[in-house]
Design a protein around this ligand. Structure first.
Ligand SMILES: [Zn+2]
Ligand SMILES: [Zn+2]
Length: 292
């Protein structure tokens, strides 16, 4: 595996990627066939068919053209990139420019979405969009499973009776929505945290760019979350697991863990994971960033 890419498993899913503020953010979840943001399009996520792009900052979006080009090169079928509406035309122009530079056209598929839409990923699985707060075109995504359930009043009826009712055209089922994995991308605190698809997702992938107390104004200026925001959210977040991403390179993983451990209750701390696991390659990378 590429030295900068991590792979961790919990809650029944695998998370493959890399996330450091300003440098690169990409989180692939193979079981759901989605990749949240594309970063620099590392090879480990190229077989994932759906990229859910939150916004156009280079650290999240630099690999757009490379993702499509590598998939084409590897003879994968076309991937789809789902992006905020306002980014559709600039991405067409980006792909046109590459066509001019390379002398041939790379096939690609871009779908524009707005807030509060469901993009179908496969039968019974959608990517639900929500408005985040990052000072430009930006969206978050929650992958929601939609299960068709029989209404309680029909549960005990025998098969022939059910068939009869179905033939009469009466609606017998309802949709049960189960938010599985939600990714907020880069964002400041916003109303979207009150949405069920965010606060009740089994796994919430959340940026935590600024940890240290002195960085509060820096977080506000860049439309990012600060640890204080995260603490404020503890009472409404019902997630089983929270994967923290997009730490600032100014903060080491050790300091982040220590701060969280001292400020959260133990059950709140236990549900937290970091994408940047402390592997030998990555810890040297993190600690070499000390003082920058
Ligand atoms: Zn970023
Ligand atoms: Zn950003």
């Amino acid at each position: 595996m590429n030295a900068r890419v991590n792979k961790i498993q919990f809650g029944g899913y695998t998370f493959i990627g890399y996330s450091l503020a300003g440098e690169e953010s990409v989180v692939g979840v193979p079981e759901l066939n989605v990749c949240f943001d594309i970063g620099r399009a590392p090879s480990e996520i190229l077989n994932i068919d759906n990229v859910l792009l939150t916004h156009g900052h280079m650290d999240h979006a630099a690999g757009i053209a490379y993702y499509f080009s590598q998939r084409n090169f590897l003879a994968n079928r076309n991937g789809t990139m789902i992006v905020p509406h306002d980014l559709v035309n600039p991405i067409h122009r980006l792909m046109d420019a590459w066509c001019e530079i390379e002398g041939h056209r790379t096939p690609y598929r871009i779908v524009g979405v707005g807030p509060d839409e469901d993009y179908p990923l496969r039968r019974g699985l959608v990517a639900r969009t929500f408005q985040t707060v990052h000072g430009g075109p930006c969206l978050g995504y929650s992958v929601v499973e939609i299960r068709q359930k029989l209404k309680p009043e029909f549960l005990d009826l025998p098969g022939h009776k059910l068939a009869e009712i179905r033939r009469s055209g009466i609606e017998m089922t309802y949709n049960l929505e189960v938010p599985l994995v939600c990714y907020c991308g880069d964002t400041a605190y916003g109303k979207f945290f009150e949405l069920d698809c965010v606060r009740k997702a089994k796994i919430l992938i959340l940026e935590c760019t600024f940890i240290e107390q002195g960085h509060r104004t820096r977080a506000q200026a860049g439309y990012h979350l600060h640890l204080d925001d995260f603490l404020r959210l503890q009472d409404i977040l019902e997630n089983e697991h929270i994967l923290l991403v997009h730490l600032s390179r100014r903060t080491t993983l050790g300091v982040a863990r220590q701060e969280l451990r001292s400020l959260l209750q133990s059950d709140q701390y236990k549900r937290i994971q970091f994408l940047m696991a402390r592997t030998p390659q990555n810890s040297s990378r993190f600690y070499s960033n000390l003082g920058q």
